[in-house]
Design a protein around this ligand. Structure first.
Ligand SMILES: [Zn+2]
Length: 80
C-alpha cells in the first residue's frame, strides 16, 4: 500500500526509475508516481476505502478484532 523505498537495485533504464505502485508499469511523468490517471484513481480509492489509517495510530492493537476498545474493561475499584 505504501510505496516505501525498497532496497531494490532498480535499473535506471529511463527517465522513470520508479514503476507504477498499482500495476508496475513505468510511471508517466504526468501522473507520477502512477502510470496513468486510472491507477492514480485506484490508489486513491484504496486510501478512501481500505487503508484509511491515520499516521501515528497503530493499525491493529494486538490480536483484538477491529471493533474498538474491548467491551469488558475492568471495573474501577471504588471500594475505598
Ligand atoms: Zn499503473
Amino acid at each position: 500500500m505504501t510505496p516505501g523505498p525498497e532496497a531494490r537495485p532498480a535499473r535506471a533504464a529511463g527517465p522513470c526509475p520508479r514503476p507504477c505502485p498499482v500495476c508496475g508499469r513505468p510511471a508517466e511523468a504526468r501522473y507520477r508516481p502512477f502510470c496513468s490517471r486510472r491507477c492514480a484513481d485506484i490508489d486513491l480509492g484504496r486510501w478512501l476505502t481500505g487503508a484509511y489509517v491515520l499516521p501515528g495510530e497503530p493499525a491493529g492493537t494486538g490480536d483484538a478484532p477491529a471493533a474498538g476498545p474491548g467491551p469488558d474493561e475492568p471495573a474501577p475499584d471504588r471500594d475505598r
